[in-house]
Write a protein that binds this ligand. Structure first.
Ligand code: AMP
Ligand code: ZN
Length: 474
């Protein structure tokens, strides 16, 4: 399965060719942990999860990193203004570190409720000050950065490619720059790598002075490099991250590395609400709790996100969520009815007859996902299969295969209700059965027996039939 993905940098879909064959390394800009993320933020994180799952479906080994921004993200993304964490701490009269703990816990609970596969690493900015300082020092040595007192700025004129991601030109940025309160920068478009403020609560004593804290952009450059290496495959974020955040990351990292940083930049378009902007002050920056108060589960929201392409803005309405809820229920019902009629049989989807209905659905499903993660078409293919089942047009001999295909599709979408027996999901049972078959083939009968016992303890019954191995719950 080859994947074509849209690259914000080259403004076209490209065939994914990982730097290390068979392996994809990617970094996602994660939440700024000053307030529980709203459902718009989760659109960006669900996209990251979808991308990971599609890469895994395509057979890649994935190394996935999502950071937590717990310092340095200023209120208006500009160079002045409050740090979001510090401002929140003042509002709540709390220590910023307590806020970090509380919001991070809420974030992880939400991600679990949304059935997001945990990333391999969730680095926190404040745990990587040493790496950031080292990068800033290097930029100073190279002449890409300059100090003004205890502050350090990146000189955008030192990086000829500045603007290549966003399409912004330095001259235009400078012409349009508002009159800066901070005149210590050499050029208005320069950005902070390190700042100092004695009043800051989260601050570090470093070579740049006693009261410093990092700029937001250097955080991601340093964390990505630490966990993914100098040059890696994919970096994602919401569309607002293109500029200044990712543009500045490129400038810093490519300067330090004197070479390439990221091959593919992917950005999720915003979730809007009732056709407009989502905002705290507008009272429509909903959280998962707001959804559950109206009777919707996180998986309903997850389904809604898979209905549209990540490259189009998506308009959130309660009606659209209701529609997604019903469609999700229909797919759940489809699965239950197939299971009731077919029993659950192990089917090797790779050996289906090319012309069978399930195989055709599978090809359409995979082709849609391969084309820049076209989830709405992939989903449509599943509904075509369901319709033929409902109308009695799906041959009974294909029920087991259809069920296996739904399991494969749900490995990507993750929005069906988890089916749990004795603590084992369908997918876990299938994996154990594959492991058992492999153990038997390798004549490792002790292992094969141990797996059988584990399944039996979970009340899963195995039966060797003429049609292959079948399993039942209970
Ligand atoms: P923040 O917590 O502000 O750092 O944002 C975390 C992530 O959510 C970033 O990648 C943003 O680009 C993304 N984001 C923020 N608002 C939205 C939205 N309405 N729709 C989609 N993504 C968003
Ligand atoms: Zn970032």
């Amino acid at each position: 399965m080859e994947l074509r993905l849209y690259n914000t940098l080259t403004r076209q879909k490209e065939l994914l060719t990982p730097i290390h064959p068979g392996e994809v390394r990617m970094y996602h800009c994660g939440p700024t942990v000053y307030q529980r993320p709203h459902i718009g933020n989760y659109r960006a994180f669900l996209f990251a999860d979808l991308l990971r799952r599609v890469l895994e479906l395509a057979g890649y080994q994935v190394l996935q990193v999502m950071n937590l921004t717990d310092v340095g993200h200023l209120v208006d993304d500009a160079e002045e203004g409050d740090d979001k964490l510090e401002a929140q701490a003042r509002r709540d009269q709390l220590d910023p570190w307590q806020i970090v703990e509380r919001v991070s816990a809420a974030f992880f609970a939400d991600m679990e409720a949304l059935a997001v596969k945990p990333a391999h690493v969730y680095p926190r900015a404040t745990d990587h000050i040493v790496e950031m300082v080292a990068m800033v020092e290097r930029l100073l040595e190279q002449g890409h950065a300059y100090r003004v007192g205890d502050n350090v700025y990146f000189d955008v004129h030192s990086f000829p490619n500045y603007g290549k991601l966003s399409g912004n030109r330095i001259e235009e940025l400078e012409a349009g720059a508002r009159l800066e309160i901070n005149s210590e920068k050499k050029h208005p478009a320069d950005f902070a790598l390190w700042k100092s403020d004695a009043k800051h609560l989260m601050k570090w004593d470093t070579v740049f002075g006693p009261d410093g804290f990092p700029g937001w952009h250097i955080e991601c450059s340093a964390m990505a490099r630490k966990y993914l290496g100098d040059h890696f495959d994919i970096h994602t974020g919401g569309e607002d991250n293109v500029f200044p955040h990712h543009e500045c990351e490129i400038a810093q990292s490519e300067s330090v590395l004197e070479g390439p940083f990221v091959n593919l930049w992917m950005h999720t378009k915003f979730l809007q609400v009732d056709g407009g902007k989502m905002g705290k002050s507008l009272g429509n920056a909903y959280t998962l709790d707001d959804l559950s108060k109206r009777g919707f589960s996180p998986l309903d929201y997850r389904f809604l996100m898979m209905r549209g392409s990540y490259r189009n803005p998506l308009n959130f309405t309660w009606q659209a969520l209701q529609g997604a809820t019903e469609a999700r229920r229909n797919l759940n019902d489809f699965r239950s009815r197939l299971a009731a009629e077919a029993g659950v049989t192990l089917v090797d989807l790779d050996s289906l007859h090319v012309d069978s209905a399930v195989n055709r659905t599978r090809l359409a499903f995979q082709a849609a996902l391969s084309d820049d993660l076209n989830t709405s078409e992939a989903l449509a293919a599943l509904f075509v299969l369901r319709n033929s089942f409902i109308h009695g047009k799906l041959a009974a001999a294909e029920y087991s295969a259809a069920l296996a295909l739904l399991a494969e599709a749900d490995d990507v979408f993750g929005f069906l209700d988890p089916v749990i027996a004795g603590g084992l999901t369908d997918a876990a049972i299938e994996q154990l059965l594959v492991a058992r078959t492999e153990a038997r083939a390798a004549k490792d009968f002790a292992r094969a027996d141990a797996i059988r016992e584990e399944l039996s303890a979970a009340h899963i019954t195995l039966e060797d039939t003429a049609d292959g191995l079948k399993w039942y719950r209970g």
